[in-house]
Design a protein around this ligand. Structure first.
Ligand SMILES: NC(=O)C1=CN([C@@H]2O[C@H](COP(=O)(O)OP(=O)(O)OC[C@H]3O[C@@H](n4cnc5c(N)ncnc54)[C@H](OP(=O)(O)O)[C@@H]3O)[C@@H](O)[C@H]2O)[C@@H](O)CC1
Ligand SMILES: Nc1ncnc2c1ncn2[C@@H]1O[C@H](COP(=O)(O)OP(=O)(O)O)[C@@H](O)[C@H]1O
Ligand SMILES: [K+]
Length: 502
């Protein structure tokens, strides 16, 4: 796999292990890194009149000296600027020694239009907010409208959490090495990175494996092996049966969006569980999806006993209150047959006063898997202390919430984080702002339940659903409304299904 995400500390560890294992020592890895960057610059910016290489005092600067040397050797006009001398004896000092150009102090940096900037000031070693000459260089890049190519990370972006520390370059292209870091995918870091290129500099997969990383970029490689494909001899109930709880007569649409998505995901049967007073409204809008009255816990239990559902969605359009708690706890009390409960929207908000009741039910041995799908506001209702802790990244928040709730947490947004109680987490990056439309989250909840119902383990189901939902939205693009999404899932599902067969 190449989709592990390494914190800067883990990346430093990987560098050390790679150097120990050979065949490349530190300076050779640095030369490889610089060569990758120089190649991209030559390929993409052939028309640049001059390349300004900005070098910091650490190994990120070391990469910059390699780039400056290689570009100069290729005949590109290069200006070299430095914010501080490399430590004597370091790999960066060796790289600076190999570079024929003499650096000028960054304090005097003055670019010209038509040039580009290679940002080699700070990468994984950024340790505090940037200031002074670096901030001035960032402002000049903006004033002159110059393309910036960042080495490893745009200076000012934290590799651990994607935050801007003081200020940061807005790169057009960021070239990183061996594996991406959380800060490349978490917002706002992802936006500051521009296009991302991941380059192999000779750090082997075996070295990365030794680190036992449990944070991943969410992509099909992570879950395709668990993706459900129906056998030739299957029948509809073997493909899973999803129950979706509907809201009252004035808010039935959200549940139906979840139901449609569950059906499109491949679940063999879907039933909308409706309050008696909303049956007529629901009946007018359902065709292949079944409908059943469920006004209280007894009726829910009767449905479970009669129809053997394998997953549920509770929350979209449902309304906040006691009934959510009663239904959620009834589902989580089932000990066989129900794979999982997706609790979304009002389902999450209803537990704000007493989250421990939910978390205890989810922790019970053999309980169905709980998947929580909060947006930021809902997350803050269920986990107010984690939401308020400024020291935590979105990744750390989601991970702690998953451990506390004994559920898979899907912390939604432009940088959706999916975290499991066992510590695994994935960051999603194939989304699109077109998904920010009412009802799109309801579709996601249904999609997760549909995959759970087909037997996909909860973390994989949540990761797969988030990726598929984002991919469908991105392909549809402008004009997307939530009603479009269930059908837009089909081409994405088709490609994934056929790729599992090849
Ligand atoms: N190891 C390897 O083999 C390979 C590593 N590679 C490359 O190494 C990079 C990591 O190198 P790195 O660890 O030296 O960190 P780097 O980003 O250069 O910064 C550290 C320096 O900056 C300083 N500093 C920090 N923040 C600051 C601030 N706000 N304002 C001012 N100064 C600040 C900090 O000072 P200090 O905090 O120690 O006072 C220290 O001097 C990585 O991103 C990749 O590009 C590749 O070549 C592949 C092989
Ligand atoms: N800027 C964005 N980029 C990518 N995905 C987004 C963005 N904004 C929202 N989304 C996604 O759209 C969905 C919105 O869900 P939610 O906020 O629950 O809306 P609703 O309750 O109206 O269905 C989530 O899956 C979220 O991750
Ligand atoms: K950089």
């Amino acid at each position: 796999m190449s989709n592990e995400l390494l914190t800067p500390a883990e990346m430093g560890e990987a560098d050390r292990k790679a150097i120990e294992a050979g065949p490349f020592d530190g300076i050779k890895l640095m030369r490889n890194a610089g060569a990758c960057v120089a190649r991209e610059v030559l390929r993409r910016y052939a028309a640049a009149e001059r390349v300004h290489v900005l070098c910091g005092p650490g190994n990120n600067g070391g990469d910059g000296y390699v780039v400056a040397r290689l570009l100069a050797e290729s005949g590109v006009p290069v200006s070299l600027w430095s914010s501080g001398e490399p430590r004597p004896g370091s790999d960066a000092a060796l790289a600076a020694g190999e570079c024929p150009l003499r650096p000028m102090p960054l304090a005097g940096f003055l670019p010209t239009t038509g040039s580009i900037i290679v940002d080699a000031l700070y990468g994984a070693g950024l340790s505090r907010a940037i200031e002074g000459d670096t901030v001035r260089a960032i402002e000049l890049a903006i004033t002159f409208g110059l393309p910036v190519v960042a080495i490893d990370l745009p200076s000012g972006i934290s590799g651990a959490n994607g935050r801007v520390m003081g200020a940061a370059f807005r790169a057009e292209l960021t070239i990183t090495f061996a594996r991406m870091k959380p800060g490349h995918l978490l917002m706002p870091g992802r936006e500051y990175c521009g296009e991302m290129v991941l380059s192999d500099i000779g750090i082997s997969d075996a070295v990365i494996d030794e680190l036992q990383v449990c944070t991943f970029r969410n992509c099909p490689q992570l879950w395709l092996g668990e993706f459900p494909v129906p056998g030739v001899d299957t029948h509809k109930y073997r493909r899973g049966h999803v129950g979706v709880f509907s809201g009252g007569p004035a808010s039935t649409g959200a549940g139906r969006l979840s139901a449609l998505a569950a059906a499109r995901s491949g679940a063999g049967a879907v039933t909308v569980l409706s309050p008696g007073n909303a049956l007529a409204v629901n009946a007018m809008h359902l065709t292949s999806i079944m409908l059943r009255k469920a006004d209280d816990g007894t009726e829910v239990e009767a449905f479970i006993g009669d129809r053997r559902p394998s997953a549920f969605v509770l929350g979209p359009g449902f309304g906040v209150g006691d009934k959510v708690r009663e239904f959620a706890l009834a589902v989580l009390a089932v000990r066989a047959g129900v794979e999982g409960l997706v609790l979304d929207a009002d389902g999450i908000t209803s537990f704000r006063e007493e989250p421990s009741a939910l978390f205890t039910a989810a922790a019970a041995p053999d309980a169905p898997a709980l998947v929580l799908t909060p947006h930021d506001g809902e997350f803050a209702r269920l986990f107010p202390d984690l939401a308020a802790d400024e020291g935590l990244s979105k990744l750390e928040r989601a991970r702690q919430a998953a451990a506390r709730s004994h559920g898979v947490v899907v912390a939604k947004g432009a940088d959706t984080v999916i975290a499991a109680p066992d510590g695994r987490a994935a960051i999603n990056a194939n989304g699109t702002p077109w998904l920010a439309t009412a009802g799109s989250g309801d579709v996601l909840a249904g999609l997760i339940a549909g995959l759970l119902a087909q037997g996909m383990p909860a973390f994989g189901a949540a990761c797969a659903a988030v990726w598929i939902h984002a991919e469908a939205g991105a392909r549809f693009g402008p004009g997307l409304i939530a009603e479009d999404l269930p059908l837009a899932l089909a081409p994405v599902l088709r490609e994934l299904t056929y790729s599992t067969e090849s």
